[in-house]
Write a protein that binds this ligand. Structure first.
Ligand code: PFF
Length: 450
């Protein structure tokens, strides 16, 4: 008997679900600190080029693989070619690594939301506040577990649809708020230098690490190279214009990231220019309270802002958990609730090092990185490039890009970037991905500077 797969309700339903998964902490928290660290405008320049060429090609390819095979990622690759079955497993490891540390950052968001809601936002503007919070033992752990349990409750309670409906209404509010805060920041004395740094591509800041960081960010932000979009694609109806959908997702995801950077990077310039390179994962949390402290109604705006960030983070974390849970259910023939509880328990254990990596276990470094940065590195800089490389070889050389192009245009849809897609998947992306992997390997041995 043929398995019945439920479908997204139309084009808009699919775009919103995919955008809900894509837009999250990657855009709001990760993009700004990478842009600040990797040369501002030059990072944006490289990122934008990658989005419209490589990101677009990967996203449409993964969705088409899903729709063509009608399988989730764990089995879809095997269906295309038996030798590439390993890709499903490799891709599955990515969300398993991401979920725990994603929830640690989600916990930070809850903490800041509570701080602002309880009227203590001004305290959070102190230079030492973020370090003291993440350096603690109880709080980072408790907030991490609360965020994880909230994700679990939503997935277990089957109320994802409800959360997505709320987020559909509130995400545009977040976007408007981000624009509003950015406009305010732009009016502060000294912001202009920061805006210039953020927008103007200064090629003297360009290095291989700019490309590597932009590529890793692209994977994370668009939720590609982790199988999840293959699974999403398997639920897309045959008559839906994939190309059109991908354009929407790509634009929305990039716009949110760009605006978030526009709000944060110039503010770093004004308030704490020394943090530009060193801010790292804490940048957003260290900078925004300073903005809210100065801004009229800043405390209220800060509270609303963190509530909305939390919602964006939750719609992404539920999609990560959902992806793992459905794989576990399929693989081990487990009941849904058991899989959810199992995944949550596993994530608590794997998340503890990330939660304590800035305090209790702050002295432990792996390859010179704290735990959270290390997990982030393994997923975005090692596993995702390998998954992407293998997918490009599968589609570009084993199946030939034509197979996927036909899937995309089977109802006569336009595929304007077909040429780019072909050259990207078959030639440029594999070369780039190999270069990135070689670069990271050399960097680990101190042979090149990262
Ligand atoms: N793309 C999400 C973000 O930018 O926050 C993160 C994410 C979602 C990663 C879904 C992995 C995933 F499966």
């Amino acid at each position: 008997m043929k398995e019945q797969r439920s479908n997204f309700s139309g084009k808009m339903g699919f775009i919103l679900a995919a955008a809900g998964s894509a837009v999250g902490l990657g855009n709001l928290w990760r993009f700004p600190y990478l842009a600040a660290q990797h040369g501002g405008g030059i990072f944006i320049f490289v990122y934008l080029i990658l989005v419209v060429t490589f990101g677009f090609s990967m996203l449409i390819m993964e969705l088409a693989i899903g729709r063509k095979t009608k399988q989730s990622s764990i089995t879809a690759y095997t269906k295309l070619n038996k030798k590439f079955g390993f890709l499903g497993v490799l891709a599955a490891i990515v969300p398993i690594i991401i979920l725990p540390y994603y929830c640690v950052i989600g916990g930070w968001v809850i903490k800041y939301m509570i701080v602002f809601m309880s009227g203590q936002g001004k305290a959070a503007a102190a230079d030492t506040y973020f370090g003291a919070f993440t350096g603690g033992t109880i709080e980072p752990l408790v907030f991490f577990v609360v965020f994880l349990l909230a994700t679990m409750a939503i997935v277990l309670g089957g109320v994802q649809k409800g959360v997505e409906r709320v987020s559909k209404i509130l995400m545009p509010v977040l976007l408007i708020l981000t624009v509003g805060i950015s406009v305010y920041v732009a009016t502060i004395d000294g912001a202009w230098e920061g805006i210039k740094y953020y927008l103007w591509p200064d090629f003297s800041n360009f290095s291989m690490s700019t490309v590597c960081a932009a590529m890793g960010q692209l994977f994370f932000s668009m939720s590609i190279a982790m199988g999840i979009m293959v699974s999403y694609g398997s639920y897309v109806k045959d008559d839906i214009d994939l190309n059109g959908c991908v354009n929407h997702i790509e634009i929305f995801d990039t716009a949110v990231a760009f605006l978030s950077g526009f709000m944060i990077v110039p503010a770093v310039f004004v308030f704490q220019p020394d943090k530009l390179n060193t801010g790292g994962p804490g940048l957003m949390f260290a900078t925004l309270p300073l903005v809210f402290e100065k801004m009229p109604f800043g405390q209220v705006i800060g509270a609303v802002f963190f509530v909305l960030v939390l919602l964006a983070a939750l719609t992404s974390s539920i999609s990560i958990m959902e992806a793992i849970v459905s794989m576990v259910m399929d693989k081990f023939k487990m009941k849904r609730w058991m899989a959810v509880v199992g995944v949550t328990a596993f994530s608590v254990v794997l998340g503890i090092p990330s939660a304590w990596g800035f305090g209790l276990w702050g002295d432990v470094k792996i390859l010179g990185m704290d735990f959270l940065t290390f997990f982030d590195f393994v997923a975005n800089s090692i596993l995702m490039p390998i998954v992407a490389l293998a997918t490009c070889i599968l589609v570009g050389w084993v199946l030939k890009t034509k197979t996927i192009e036909e899937e995309i245009t089977k109802n006569g849809e336009k595929f304007a970037r077909k040429g780019i897609f072909h050259v990207m998947i078959r030639y440029i992306a594999p070369v780039f991905l190999i270069m990135i992997l070689v670069f990271y390997t050399l960097a680990q041995f101190g042979l090149v500077k990262y």
